[in-house]
Design a protein around this ligand. Structure first.
Ligand code: DX5
Ligand code: ZN
Length: 226
């Protein structure tokens, strides 16, 4: 069964001086989720924003908020992001925490749980956790900044994870994040991803809908060819 394609613009690339208008652009583009990149300056060498951003976005939109925690202590803060209105909270395998315990806590609070792995992390380390999560995020750049180049080798991990999910009859989305644009969307979906995060590609479009349509079109072309 083909999973529906989900497009998730990353507000990291938005103009924060007019965030309300930026959220409206996302809504009218036909995108499915809003991706929220939280960075703490420790886990990644950059600082973005915290739970107040999620509170604010929650008041602006009914779209699912897909919160990606690039923070060292997700076990300490995940709860706050859920209370702020996150629909999915994704934590990194590489962070300093008991991963399974954090994932269980997220689910126990009625939120969807995601697990993220960096480009150099072996997918084999994530496979045993797939039955405890709703989403596997395969980073296609080293986390920390928007606008980087897609690392195509990560698609081998996407393929392996999709096979494991299929073989074990699990219900897990596979998300790719970093360097997604018209040329990388198709190969990502062909490898088994069904959630595409895109920051700079979508926010730099004068009309975001053009970008979302382009991603969907490229994915459709690849799907019909394969
Ligand atoms: C990178 C973030 C991404 C980022 C993607 O650390 O996790 O979500 O916003 O940005 P682009 O699409 O510009 O590569
Ligand atoms: Zn992200």
């Amino acid at each position: 069964m083909q999973r529906p394609l989900i497009i998730a613009p990353s507000v990291l690339a938005a103009d924060y001086s007019c965030l309300g208008a930026e959220v409206k652009r996302v809504e009218s583009s036909g995108a499915d989720w809003v991706h929220v990149d939280v960075m703490d300056g420790h886990f990644v060498p950059n600082i973005s924003f915290g739970m107040e951003m999620v509170w604010m976005l929650r008041r602006q939109t009914g779209l699912p908020l897909d919160v990606h925690l690039m923070i060292e202590q997700p076990d300490r803060y995940a709860r706050n992001f859920i209370e702020a209105g996150a629909d999915i909270v994704t934590v990194h395998l590489e962070a300093q925490h008991n991963v399974l315990k954090t994932l269980r806590m997220i689910r126990d609070m009625g939120c969807k749980a995601g697990l993220a792995i960096n480009p150099l992390t072996l997918v084999e380390n994530a496979l045993p956790l797939l039955s405890h999560i709703d989403l596997l995020l395969c980073m296609t750049v080293n986390p920390g900044f928007g606008g980087q180049t897609f690392i195509i080798e990560v698609l081998d991990k996407v393929r392996a994870a999709r096979k494991y999910i299929r073989d074990h009859n699990l219900d897990v989305e596979i998300e790719v994040d970093g360097g997604i644009h018209a040329d990388t969307a198709g190969p990502s979906v062909a490898a088994g991803a069904n959630v595409l995060v895109a920051g700079s590609f979508l926010f730099k479009q004068p009309d975001m809908k053009t970008g979302v349509d382009r991603l969907r079109q490229r994915v459709a072309e690849v799907s019909s060819a394969g």
